[in-house]
Design a protein around this ligand. Sequence first.
Ligand SMILES: [Zn+2]
Length: 272
Amino acid sequence: MDRVTKTCLSLALTGILTLGAMAGAQAADLLWYGQAAVRITSPAGTVIVIDPFILKNPKTPEALKDLSKVGKVDLILVTHGHFDHTADVVELAKITGAKVGMNADMGSTYAALGWLTQDQMIRFNKSGPIKPMDGITVTMVHAEHSSSLTETDPTTKKKTVHPGGEPVGYIVELEDGFKIYHAGDTGVFSDMRLIDEIYKPDLALLPIGGHFTMDPAHAAYAVRELLKTPTVMPIHYGTFGLLKGTPAQFKAALGDAKTEVVVMQPGEERKF
Ligand SMILES: [Zn+2]
């Protein structure tokens, strides 16, 4: 049974879709803006944006550098506080009215600074799955990184650093059971094995740029030995000069591993 048919039957069984609507049903749709910024549209039309970094992202095509063009957004998820993951969080939340999920401590910082209201935020933490909307389950998982928030005064350009809690990744399970692991920024860590054992993600978005995160060799080790994900999409490379890892190096390091590597271009959109 192909994925779209499985999606149709699953959605029909859960009552989200009538069998009569099956002909028009979709799989998950993923748009990559470059770096770690993605927009996921679920089979039932729920839109989740992870780590919005669009307007100042050197890899985002100019035609997409307009937050109103992101369209409807139901949920924004933030993996950690660094600029290239949070730059457009507040503005996108204001424009769309989306709920914003992040680690509880970073949420406290956002609230204390008046960047977001408590009402608009979902403050949560690792392991406790949440169901922010019908049919969607989100689990926060470990990441090996850092997470401070730097605020720049628009007039004086003086920088102030605020606490950003712990960095995290996310397992996002869609209505049809399809699971996406967005690793955020992370080094390789042995508990990625738990992510395989407990969640069995269908698709993993993994950083390969190196310097601040896994490089291609570490990411390939993570896939081969720990995650064993059937489909992997490399992210967080090439955006800035220090992020030197390439998809070609990642594929070479994977060798004969039974994993499909999906290399997208910034601005590209695909069905999974
Ligand atoms: Zn980072």
